[in-house]
Design a protein around this ligand. Structure first.
Ligand code: ATP
Length: 314
């Protein structure tokens, strides 16, 4: 597989507070993140709230500028330039759709911006609505006339019409009823197979991630803790933080372990991240070295493709 997206040492620092003669404090929302996503691959970004998943997704989608580091796309479409490489699907499909426009116009909006004539736009809109399981009449209705799951389908159609090579999906299922989530999940899976699109899939739901992701990147306080194939992350997690995240997921027959057995204390303030390994304040394996030195993201023992940023990894 060829690498479609390469992130090289991405940092996003957000200035907080400050004022006249008073410097702002820099919040390191994303810190030194390097990752690749191949053509047709789904990379999931996981981690607790505030770990920097959305901020990194916005950088990939071009919605936010990184403070330093580079984002490179290598299109698999050779000489073609008339396409948008990345589209985004957000968590809340209602606020993402303009309530005053009919669905056909909403879906065709990316083509309007490119100057595609109206008739051609509408025909394409009906075509992509069909691809997400909505009838041609949907084009003439308004967003409020649809259910949450249907609205997320409309958002997916709007992303598809631009023929992206990658979709950044930021918690695309979490605002939907549980009964609808698996339908939208299956649709995303089908689209990937049919169109060979890559996903950067942001989710805190590890069950969904296990179903959809080829590889998983685990973030904590803006830093990468572990990056590996999905089955390695779920079957033999290497980093103590990944192990704690997985152990907190209830499984049939064995329940959920107590949170305090897994993660000590609260997540530290991102404005004052711990020294060395940022996870050391909550880690059951932490030793003096962890306070002093930041561990590099390196292969786990005997597992060359499973990268883990821990001095004492399994
Ligand atoms: N515009 C902003 N102003 C101030 N702080 C911000 C801003 N955007 C992000 N942050 C901070 O950056 C850090 C990373 O936030 P981000 O939303 O990327 O995390 P996340 O993992 O996506 O969390 P969630 O799952 O809650 O969406 C957090 O500490 C957040 O408070």
């Amino acid at each position: 597989m060829t690498e479609l997206l390469t992130l090289d040492r991405i940092n996003v620092d957000i200035p907080i507070g400050g004022g006249f003669m008073k410097p702002a404090t820099l919040l390191q929302a994303v810190n030194d993140v390097s990752l690749t996503v191949s053509t047709g691959e789904t990379l999931a970004l996981v981690g607790e709230s505030g770990s920097g998943k959305s901020t990194l997704g916005y950088v990939v989608a071009g919605l936010r500028k990184q403070t330093s580091g580079t984002v490179t796309f290598k299109s698999g479409r050779g000489g073609e330039s008339d396409h948008t490489p990345v589209q985004v699907i957000f968590q809340d499909p209602f606020s993402a759709l303009d309530p005053r426009m009919v669905v056909g116009e909403i879906v065709a909006e990316p083509l309007r911006l490119k100057g595609v004539p109206s008739e051609k736009r509408q025909a394409r809109a009906v075509e992509v609505l069909g691809q997400v399981g909505l009838p041609p009449e949907a084009a003439r209705r308004y967003p409020h006339q649809f259910s949450g799951g249907q609205r997320q389908r409309i958002a997916i159609a709007r992303a598809l019409i631009a023929e992206p090579e990658m979709i950044v999906a930021d918690e695309p299922l979490s605002a939907l009823d549980v009964s609808i989530q698996s339908q939208v999940l299956n649709l995303l899976d089908d689209i990937k197979k049919q169109h060979g699109i890559s996903y950067l899939f942001i989710s805190h739901d590890l069950g969904v991630v296990r179903h959809l992701a080829d590889r998983v990147a685990v973030l904590y306080l803006g830093r990468l803790m572990e990056v590996a194939a999905s089955e390695d992350v779920f079957q033999t997690p290497s980093h103590p933080y990944t192990q704690a995240l997985l152990a907190a997921v209830p499984r049939i027959g064995r329940g959920r372990r107590k949170k305090e057995e897994l993660l000590r204390g609260e997540i530290p303030s991102p404005l004052a991240p711990p020294s060395g390994c940022v996870f050391h304040t909550r880690c059951p394996k932490a030793q003096d070295l962890c306070k002093a030195e930041r561990p590099a993201l390196l292969p786990a023992p005997g597992r060359p493709t499973q990268l883990s940023a821990c001095h004492f990894k399994d």
